[in-house]
Design a protein around this ligand. Structure first.
Ligand code: DX5
Ligand code: ZN
Length: 217
């Protein structure tokens, strides 16, 4: 069954603890936390102190998506702040720093993922794939919630499904951006294991129904 990871980017930050309890009760599998630095993406969101607070407030799996430049500089601190999974962007660091970042996160006993932006081909992940716990395919340009799903990313999801099956069968395949019930169905058919959904979950009153519609799509 596909996992659902609601993105708190669309939550009410004044009531973050309640929002996270709400999605827990509504059946969410992970909590997706979007960290943006205003450099790698043209937006600024939240960082280490919020992850520390979330860690104290919930036992849910914290799926931390780092949209920051040269993430190897901060990976260890995000692990220590309480992330369960750190996903970095392949476009954001040099290969040698990506390899060292993978080592750092694993040494902290945490999971490591790598994400690809829409214009980045699947093949760039090949050197890292066997060491990864998760691959994240962006189906919008990273930086903002509420954008339209890019249907032309579906072949890349299929391609990564094949590559993961061949090289790293335990690795999860996550999709992020514009996921609603209709697009969730296409992502599942293309081979996704985890679906991130911000607006679809947090911008509706009935989160349980929203999560169910994505999972059962
Ligand atoms: C975008 C973020 C996403 C975003 C998804 O850069 O990585 O996680 O919150 O939001 P929706 O589901 O609204 O597209
Ligand atoms: Zn994200």
């Amino acid at each position: 069954m596909v996992k659902v990871s609601p993105s708190i980017l669309s939550a009410d930050f004044c009531r973050l603890g309640t929002e996270v309890d709400d999605i827990r009760n509504a059946g969410a599998d992970y909590v997706h936390v979007d960290v943006m630095d205003g450099i790698f993406v043209p937006n600024i969101s939240i960082g280490l102190p919020v992850i520390e607070s979330l860690r104290k407030a919930t036992d849910m799996f914290l799926d931390v998506h780092l949209m920051i430049d040269r993430p190897h500089r901060y990976a260890e601190r995000f692990c220590k702040a309480g992330a369960d999974l750190i996903t970095i962007h392949v476009e954001a660091d040099q290969p040698q720093d990506i390899f060292s970042c993978i080592e750092t996160v694993k040494a902290q006993g945490k999971k490591i993922g790598i994400s690809v932006k829409p214009q980045t081909p699947a093949s760039v992940l090949l050197p890292y794939l066997e060491q990864l716990d998760l691959v994240l395919v962006m189906t919008v340009e990273p930086g903002f919630g509420g954008q339209k799903f890019m249907y032309d990313m579906l072949p890349k999801i299929e391609e990564l499904r094949q590559l993961i099956n061949q090289h790293a069968p335990a690795c999860e395949l996550e999709v992020d951006g514009g996921v609603y019930a209709n697009t969730a169905r296409l992502c599942k058919q293309a081979g996704a294991d985890v679906l991130v959904a911000g607006s679809a979950v947090f911008k509706v009153p009935d989160r349980e129904e929203a999560i169910r519609m994505i999972r059962d799509a």
